[in-house]
Design a protein around this ligand. Structure first.
Ligand SMILES: [Zn+2]
Length: 302
């Protein structure tokens, strides 16, 4: 991928919308094409190079679907230029400037700035998780003799273990990350990064690091310490199921998992989970190493 040092370099390398779409597509489908609805990997592309159709679910979509650009009429080339301008103006840029320099209305410029700020906060151009979302954290590692000691340590100590925090949308995608600890700053930061504020429900257990999210999210929790696992719609069984299969995979194959490798396993595993409805034979496992399928801010302008 080329590096654009000036706006002129970018506009020269990406002279029109076709080139912008091709650039964006190359980044988003770096690890292979996939359907944003069912995660199928057999995708047809129409003659216009803009419309795709999934062989599995039959839905038509553009490359913007599932990203923060979804539902916007602005050309991808305009987005790319806006991203370049915003990231090169260290002190920020006014919507009036963006409007004038890109030749778009001030209303559009304000919208672009707003969406890109959201993306900068989440560090990703993937749309945040929506629907009913469960968040939980788990401990993994280090030596195999500890492999059955997966229950939470009192006070959630993490001696000799790595923390993985995850969010899953029921019936949808998972996002999981290896973190340093389980404090409120880390866990709530993860939630704000990866979960849309428009969810129907944010379900966790009673761990106090999640306290404080209720002001921003429809947050409800179950009291595992009191033996309460399901309270109506409130439970964390989907994410716990995800942890089980992640651990089975890791411990089934590896006796020791270093922090560095754990990040890679978690990324690969969530990538695979998010494409779980794909046919086994068509899943291009060899393409997914070191990729979690997320479209990052850096990748788009670097
Ligand atoms: Zn599909």
């Amino acid at each position: 991928m080329p590096v654009f040092n000036t706006l002129l370099e970018l506009t020269t390398a990406i002279p029109d919308e076709d080139a912008a779409v091709a650039h964006f597509t190359a980044i988003r489908w770096k690890s292979g094409a996939f359907c944003p609805y069912c995660q199928g990997s057999k995708i047809y592309t129409f003659k216009d190079r803009r419309t795709h159709k999934c062989a599995s679910c039959g839905k038509r979509f553009s490359i913007k679907v599932g990203t923060i650009f979804e539902g916007t009429k602005l050309p991808i080339r305009t987005w790319l230029m806006a991203i370049w301008m915003i990231t090169s103006h260290k002190k920020g840029i006014a919507s009036t400037t963006l409007s004038r320099d890109l030749g778009i209305t001030q209303k559009s410029a304000w919208f672009v700035l707003h969406r890109l700020r959201e993306a900068a906060e989440t560090g990703s151009f993937n749309a945040p998780l929506v629907g009913t979302v469960e968040v939980d954290e788990t401990f993994i590692g280090g030596k195999s003799k500890n492999k059955h000691a997966n229950k939470r340590i009192p006070g959630r100590g993490t001696v000799g273990k790595e923390v993985v925090v995850g969010a899953v949308s029921r019936g949808g995608d998972v996002v999981a990350r290896v973190t340093r600890n389980t404090d409120a700053k880390t866990l709530q930061g993860f939630v704000r990064e990866n979960v849309s504020k428009k969810v129907n429900l944010l379900a966790t257990d009673e761990f106090r690091a999640y306290t404080g999210l209720a002001g921003e999210y429809p947050h409800a929790f179950v009291r595992h310490s009191a033996g309460e696992y399901v309270a109506g719609n409130v439970h964390t069984q989907t994410i716990e199921g995800y942890w089980s299969q992640l651990k089975r995979q890791i411990y089934g194959v590896h006796h020791f998992v270093s922090r560095k490798h754990l990040s890679r396993y978690v990324a690969e595993n969530s990538w695979r989970y998010n494409r779980r409805s794909m046919a086994e034979g068509s899943r291009a496992d060899d393409l997914i190493a070191n990729s979690d399928g997320r479209l990052t801010y850096k990748a788009l302008i670097a």
